[in-house]
Design a binder for this molecule. Structure first.
Ligand code: SAM
Length: 221
């Protein structure tokens, strides 16, 4: 797998203005996120930290990891100071990890930005305690999207077209036209979870004209 790129470095200011402290999708799904008070949670692809701050407000001991120094600069400036932010490529062996297992990992709308899914899940299983969980949200891989969110696959292409893409024709107000996205078929995502030794526990497709997002909770065996 090629060296991962910090595509958000250029857009960190825009992203912060655009998303601010908007509640994460994961937060809106009752019963999806286990109780986190007093738990160690790693927020993967934390960006400017809105999911990390949400977890910290619930009483979790939070570390956020991101490849973009500019996004982490925003996160650190927004505080609070007791969140640990780590500048690293999450798809690589976690040399930054102190060896203390995490109870859970979150990944809010970042897997489409991370080119190497197997590498990411290998880090997840390395840092989680046995029985620890991963809660993630992605753009739904199976539907053409709606005005609230466009398709996971490139405009003009279809579901079978996997891999990273960028296009000037995608939602002009959003992220994908700026940084692109990686589309994976549903079977690719599910098989990657199984291959990593993660057991699926719950799936959610929040109501929309057609499902726009897919969320799940899985656990390390
Ligand atoms: C759409 S942003 C989501 C940020 C945050 N989770 C949120 O919901 O606001 C995706 C993030 O994934 C990060 N990212 C992409 N590839 C990465 C990698 N290989 N390792 C760590 N972070 C990565 C990007 O830098 C970016 O901050």
């Amino acid at each position: 797998m090629a060296q991962a790129q910090a595509r958000y470095d250029e857009f960190a200011e825009w992203y912060e203005q655009w998303i601010g402290d908007a509640p994460p999708l994961i937060a809106a799904q009752a019963g999806l996120l286990p109780a986190v008070a007093g738990k160690r949670v790693l927020d993967i692809g934390c960006g400017q930290g809105r999911m990390s701050r949400y977890l910290a407000r619930l009483g979790a001991e939070v570390a956020g990891v991101d490849i973009s120094a500019a996004m982490l600069g925003k996160a650190r400036a927004l505080g609070p100071e007791h969140i640990t932010y780590i500048h690293a490529d999450v798809t690589r062996h976690p040399a930054w990890w102190d060896g203390r297992p995490f109870d859970g990992c979150t990944c809010e709308l970042a897997l489409m930005d991370i080119d190497d899914l197997a590498g990411t899940l290998s880090t997840v299983t390395a840092v989680l305690r046995p029985g620890g969980w991963l809660v993630a949200s992605i753009v739904h891989p199976c539907f053409p999207g709606s005005e609230r969110g466009r398709s996971s696959w490139p405009p003009g292409e279809g579901y079978e077209c996997e891999g990273w893409w960028t296009s000037p024709d995608h939602n002009p107000g959003g992220v994908r036209i700026r940084v692109g996205a990686t589309h994976r078929k549903l079977s690719t995502v599910l098989n990657a979870l199984l291959d990593a030794g993660l057991e699926a526990e719950r799936f959610v497709e929040p109501p929309a004209p057609v499902p726009t997002y897919l969320l799940w909770r899985c656990r390390r065996r």
